[in-house]
Design a protein around this ligand. Structure first.
Ligand SMILES: [Zn+2]
Length: 360
């Protein structure tokens, strides 16, 4: 059976809309003119949140942000008939929660659109960022994670022992900082040292940072700093500040995770750098966490300094680009040096497991 209605397709690499024809063959085949843009196995097609009167589809278990937008009811019915797992997965759950929360959230967003006129964007971002619903953060976090891997040509490292060590370390640091939200830390394989906290509790440690770190305390300081950004909703604030009114209005109309918007949002999140004030806040959080665990924050500063000097990678994409390092920051971290009184954060065996998480 085949369907020939013209529909909109976004390949997920940019925000260009392609007019395509979808054929239901042995898979969902997406064609533009004579060319095939994508071939989606039926079992992997998922229904995504969308505005009323339109169905939006994506692909499960893939790093692609490709989206298909269909208004034709015949085609929607055909897709429903062929694809057995349309509503499966966390995205569908997030989507249902989204619908429930949208009314209350719209009021916040509408109020903030007014606040925008009265007070300006930074003030509004401060007010709105902590109140963005978890479901929205989840969607944006997922999209950003995919885009991050695309931009850095990175794959997720999946050694089970290493992952267990990372989970435990991040939980220990988060608990010490009083951060209770659900976190999903991952190591990705890269040639550039960086770490990133994205909405929805996504925490990424780049493997090159693991290589550069000489001790668990050095690495822990950087992760604690990222958790500080997470605790302060800095990534969401940064997104609202740089996307401005369009993003807020998108939220009011409930289609903020739209196909074009989500790619822009994801790119904004992974390329913009934090303000001086946000950096100070995240450093203070890291200093607090390390001190509470009876470990000096000084190694954290040492790692930052080492990355700055004698590097063999472009600084533009590194930790220092997203989190500008100033003399003030280093002096502040060094000023909180204390003798280590707490137990080591990782055993030698766990440290080795974490450092070799990408080996397999
Ligand atoms: Zn930072």
């Amino acid at each position: 059976m085949s369907q020939q209605t013209e529909v909109d397709f976004f390949d997920g690499r940019d925000n260009q809309r392609h007019a395509v024809v979808v054929r239901m063959l042995d898979a969902m085949v997406i064609q533009e003119g004579e060319g095939t843009l994508a071939r989606w196995p039926f079992a992997y097609v998922r229904l995504l949140p969308s505005a009323h009167g339109m169905a939006r589809y994506g692909l499960a278990d893939s790093d692609s942000l490709a989206r298909l937008e269909v208004t034709d009811e015949m085609l929607i019915a055909a897709i429903k008939m062929h694809c057995p797992h349309l509503g499966r997965g966390e995205g569908a759950v997030a989507s249902r929660r989204l619908t429930l929360r949208i009314v209350g959230w719209s009021l916040v967003a509408a109020a903030s659109a007014l606040g925008l006129v009265l007070y300006g964007l930074p003030v509004v971002a401060d007010i709105v960022a902590p109140h963005v619903p978890q479901a929205v953060q989840y969607e944006i976090g997922e999209a950003s994670a995919k885009q991050l891997k695309l931009v850095f040509h990175a794959t997720t490292c999946r050694d089970a022992h290493g992952q267990a060590v990372l989970d435990r370390l991040v939980a220990k640091l988060a608990t010490a900082g009083g951060l209770t939200r659900h976190l999903r830390p991952r190591v990705i394989k890269t040639t550039i040292p960086n770490a990133m906290a994205l909405p929805g509790g996504r925490v990424f440690v780049f493997s090159k940072l693991l290589d550069e770190a000489q001790t668990p305390d050095e690495l822990s300081g950087v992760i604690a700093h990222e958790l500080g950004h997470e605790a302060h909703d800095d990534s969401m604030r940064r997104l609202i500040e740089s996307s401005g009114t369009g993003f807020l209005l998108g939220m009011v109309f409930g289609d903020f995770t739209g196909s074009a918007g989500i790619v822009l949002a994801a790119n904004t999140l992974i390329t913009a750098s934090y303000s001086r004030q946000a950096e100070k806040g995240a450093d203070d959080f890291a200093i607090h966490v390390m001190t509470r665990l009876g470990r000096s924050p000084k190694p954290f500063g040492a790692l930052l300094e080492r990355i700055t000097k004698g590097h063999d990678f472009p600084l533009a994409m590194s930790l220092l680009a997203d989190h500008p390092l100033t003399e003030d920051r280093l002096a502040d971290i060094a000023a909180h040096d204390v003798p280590d009184t707490g137990p080591p954060l990782l055993s030698t065996a766990d440290w080795v497991a974490l450092q070799t998480i990408c080996a397999n």
